[in-house]
Design a protein around this ligand. Structure first.
Ligand code: SF4
Length: 340
């Protein structure tokens, strides 16, 4: 909750206002995951609060550690639905990748999350709860957030922006807006609405193909918002906000990773201040795509660099635990040990 809402809850419970500040500090600064940890609160109050005002609507079901410094967390929501979040460690930064929906309606053909369809939107507390839970598990401050987990953030625009407000607030998680990235598959109205938001969050576009012919095949959303319309919105976003844009581009062997697509992408991005993240495809069981060989990945990268488009070839973390982009997927609850 934002501080005024928390204060209102505390006052409604006939408690003194300073308790709200204490709770915020415990949750967001000392990473408390349970009221029992809040040792300067009277015991009876801790018991009462645990019943009346649960810290989070999430329960940890399972943690999976990757060989590199990536961990995937499966959380159960109050209604039994499952969502996943990922923590990625790098020197000087701890990045959380959060989900914004249970499932996803957009059915990108290479994405595991899209296989199950949309179940429902997440509430703001179910999004901020992922950060609160991760910090309380890790006992460490998260420095960066990417809305790149399960779901399309702009299909849940208001709740996502409310969660950003809470995570950005100095008396809550206090994560700088520039350290928060919202990733969209190209919902143009969401991009245009984000222009009006005063916070300087970063925008990332999951482009993944450079022509309508290919993008229509792998991302059905392109039939609603074709590439020309999407790029118009990106140019307007950049003209109005002055901010850089990141484009995510998945390399599918023989489909998006071809010389024609590389040339088309270089033409498409001419004049836009941006970075392109090239993401070699990650194997998803049951999907028919292949990761291109390394020379083809490098050739794609060099075509962009020769055209003076800033681009990186992403060395994906978390590949071995299905935590990489497009790999988050609900698993059968019965097969999971609880609280492991
Ligand atoms: S890539 Fe993103 S938008 Fe597409 S189906 Fe997966 S979660 Fe949804």
């Amino acid at each position: 909750m934002l501080p005024p809402a928390l204060e209102a809850e505390i006052l409604a419970a006939k408690l003194p206002k300073f308790r709200a500040k204490q709770l915020s500090e415990w949750v967001w600064d000392k990473f408390a995951g349970a009221y029992d940890e809040m040792t300067n609160l009277p015991k009876e109050l801790r018991v009462l609060l645990a019943e009346e005002l649960p810290i989070t609507p999430l329960a940890l079901v399972k943690t999976t550690q990757s060989g590199d410094d990536t961990r995937k967390f499966l959380f159960r929501l109050a209604d039994g639905n499952l969502i996943e979040s990922v923590l990625i460690s790098a020197p000087g930064r701890l990045t959380a990748c959060v989900s914004s929906q249970v499932g996803c309606a957009l059915a990108c053909s290479f994405c595991a999350s899209g296989l199950q369809g949309l179940v429902r939107n997440l509430a703001p507390s179910e999004i901020t709860g992922q950060i609160q839970m991760l910090q309380s598990i890790q006992k460490e401050r998260i420095s960066n957030i990417v809305y790149m987990g399960m779901g399309e953030p702009f299909a849940n625009f208001d709740n996502v922006l409310e969660s950003v407000a809470i995570l950005n607030h100095s008396k809550c998680a206090g994560i700088g807006a520039r350290k928060i990235t919202i990733s969209t598959s190209g919902l143009v109205p969401g991009i245009l609405k984000l222009i009006r938001d005063p916070r300087q969050v970063r925008l990332s576009i999951s482009l993944h193909a450079a022509t309508d012919e290919i993008r229509n095949r792998i991302m059905p959303i392109n039939q609603r918002y074709p590439i020309a319309e999407l790029m118009r919105a990106c140019r307007k976003y950049q003209a109005d906000t002055g901010r850089m844009i990141t484009f995510e581009y998945i390399l599918l062997d023989g489909i998006t990773c071809t010389q024609e697509q590389a040339d088309a992408l270089a033409r498409l991005l001419r004049g836009i201040r941006c970075t392109v993240n090239l993401i070699p495809y990650n194997t998803v069981e049951g999907l028919p795509y292949r990761r291109p060989p390394l020379p083809a990945q490098k050739s794609f990268l060099h075509t962009l660099m020769d055209a003076r488009v800033r681009a990186t070839l992403r060395m994906e973390k978390g590949h071995d635990i299905s935590a990489a982009c497009g790999q988050l997927r609900l698993q059968n609850l019965e097969s999971l040990p609880s609280d492991s």
